[in-house]
Design a protein around this ligand. Structure first.
Ligand SMILES: Cc1cc2nc3c(=O)[nH]c(=O)nc-3n(C[C@H](O)[C@H](O)[C@H](O)COP(=O)(O)OP(=O)(O)OC[C@H]3O[C@@H](n4cnc5c(N)ncnc54)[C@H](O)[C@@H]3O)c2cc1C
Length: 492
């Protein structure tokens, strides 16, 4: 019998999605062309909302000692993240390979099989499912599933084989990125502009290793690792900063461009895309990992519910309608960040205006909320409650009747829906009881009635991804919300 889902790509997005699907009871297997994880450092952390996504599944503590980054910027213009309730951009200085290792261990514990050394080369859709062809250690093999999710990166083969268009900007600029060993550089964490239109950035990766990013007008836009020599990186660094790092070496380096692409459809029939396969761009705002992981958190519970026969297939269309606008906004932000960051002196008047605007708390809060992912609001239907569609901050806690406290993040560990009632809306629990096989009900009061909790609703329905689907009062009809997000009730 065909399995539920095949995920192509065991990067961070494919791994989180695999875990989410398993938590939802789905039968899933992951394929990756690499025989072993690449170990590339790539992204150095993730945004606040992504940290919350990990917290919701109890994964944050698996990362050990993490450093919360206070500094944030928008295309090199500093933003004050203390304006946000969370007061930080997110986690910084954590190599992507460490995040992938944590996710890999987690999915292994959940019993997900990751078949490495298998490269996807063919895809065809049938009435029953999707047939995928792989070149692997034993030659060409095929596998079939009801759905395939392409988490196979910016040059996604799934996307190409499914014929999903990927419009975006052509590459016009080149950048170098290197993890330099033994150079002992001065830190330039949000980048420094060099007269003539250059930009250099340096941050400490670990003692003795610095991540540098270089943009110089005239650098040839090219992609990849193999063709770049450290001497080219060191030459460019010296031209721009006057500092000689030729004596040092690079543990990893690559050339990048400012090309972008956004998939026209995140879902086409039985084919779905997530992560860089759906939206690819230069890592100028350090958002690729985070937006991709949030795609996975949005899609996992929905696809698991459809595969389990608990929700109609149309639920999958909300993946596109909720996440594609986030991708569009990401593309707009990356474009404007790239202009602010990488243009020459001609951009200075506009930079000055943006610097002035972000002194206004509302403007800074708007950008910080967007960059951190905390202000994402999905259209969850009718209702006037101001919380609808936003995520419920996972540090909020409920005090149950027996006096025990539980954080919202802990309530979401099982990736099920949660109805939180405070006793002010007794009918809600009775209604939700009909969905008891997929929605847990917790009754109590909001703990820590601080100023920001004063507006806490009488009752809330939280989706498995932490977003609020219904709230009382004025949040619409609970039964309609339960049916929309969790399917028809099992019990009469
Ligand atoms: C130099 C560099 C620096 C970056 N810095 C940052 C940063 O600071 N912050 C940030 O947020 N992001 C950063 N990014 C972006 C970040 O690395 C990506 O957004 C992230 O890796 C996307 O995750 P993913 O799981 O979607 O795809 P990937 O991590 O690309 O994983 C895709 C997987 O699919 C596999 N695959 C591909 N094709 C096939 C096939 N045909 N068959 C089978 N398997 C296949 C690949 O082997 C790979 O394992 C950086 C990227 C680069 C290159």
């Amino acid at each position: 019998m065909a399995k539920g889902a095949i995920i192509v790509g065991a990067g961070p997005v494919g791994l989180l999605l695999a875990g989410e699907l398993r938590l939802g009871g789905a039968d899933v297997v992951v394929y990756d062309r690499l025989p072993a994880p690449s170990g590339e450092s790539r992204g150095l952390g993730f945004t606040s909302r992504t940290a919350e996504v990990f917290d919701q599944r109890g994964l944050l503590e698996r990362l050990g000692d993490i450093r919360w980054g206070k500094q944030g910027h928008y295309g090199g213009v500093r933003i004050d993240f203390s304006l946000l309730e969370e007061s930080h951009f997110g986690v910084m200085g954590l190599a992507q390979s460490a995040t992938e290792q944590m996710l890999g261990d987690w999915v292994a514990e959940l019993g997900v099989e990751v078949r490495r050394g298998h490269e996807l080369t063919a895809l065809r859709e049938t009435a029953e499912g999707v047939v995928l062809g792989f070149q692997g250690p034993d030659g060409y093999t095929e596998d079939t599933a009801a759905y395939v999710v392409g988490c196979d990166g910016g040059r996604s083969t799934v996307r190409t084989l499914a014929g999903i268009a990927f419009p975006g900007d052509e590459a016009t600029r080149g950048l170098y990125l290197a993890d330099v060993v033994g150079a002992d550089l001065r830190m330039r964490p949000i980048g420094e502009r060099i007269p003539g239109g250059g930009m250099v950035l340096s941050v400490t990766l670990e003692p003795g290793v610095d991540r540098i990013v270089i943009h110089e007008p005239g650098l040839r836009p090219q992609h990849g690792e193999g063709e770049l020599a450290f001497s080219e990186v060191a030459d460019a660094w010296q031209r721009l900063t006057g500092e000689d790092i030729h004596h040092a070496s690079a543990s990893w380096m690559c050339a990048l461009t400012n090309a972008t692409g956004l998939a026209e459809q995140y879902r086409k029939g039985r084919v779905l895309l997530a992560g860089d396969a759906a939206h690819d761009h230069a890592p100028l705002g350090a958002q690729g990992v985070s937006v991709g992981l949030q795609d996975a958190a949005n899609l996992g519970w929905k696809l698991a519910a459809v595969l389990g026969g608990r929700a109609p297939e149309s639920l999958l269309d909300t993946y596109h309608s909720e996440r594609h606008p986030v991708g569009e906004q990401l593309m707009r932000d990356v474009h404007s960040m790239s202009l602010l960051y990488l243009s020459g002196e001609e951009m200075e008047p506009l930079r000055a205006v943006v610097r002035e605007l972000v002194q206004l708390p509302d403007a800074a809060r708007r950008l910080a909320g967007r960059v951190s992912g905390l202000h994402i609001r999905y259209d969850v239907g009718d209702g006037a409650h101001p919380f609808l569609g936003l995520r419920l901050a996972p540090h909020r806690a409920v005090e149950r009747a027996d006096g025990t406290r539980v954080r919202v993040a802990e309530l979401l560990h099982a990736a099920r829906g949660v109805l939180i009632t405070t006793g002010a809306d007794p009918a809600a629990a009775a209604t939700a009881a009909r969905w008891a096989d997929r929605v847990d009900t917790v009754t109590g009061s909001w703990a820590d009635q601080e100023a920001d909790h004063a507006d806490a609703p009488a009752a809330l329905l939280v989706r498995p991804d932490g977003h609020i689907a219904w709230a009382a009062p004025d949040g619409g009809d609970l039964e309609a919300a339960l049916t929309r997000w969790f399917g028809a009730p099992a019990a009469a």
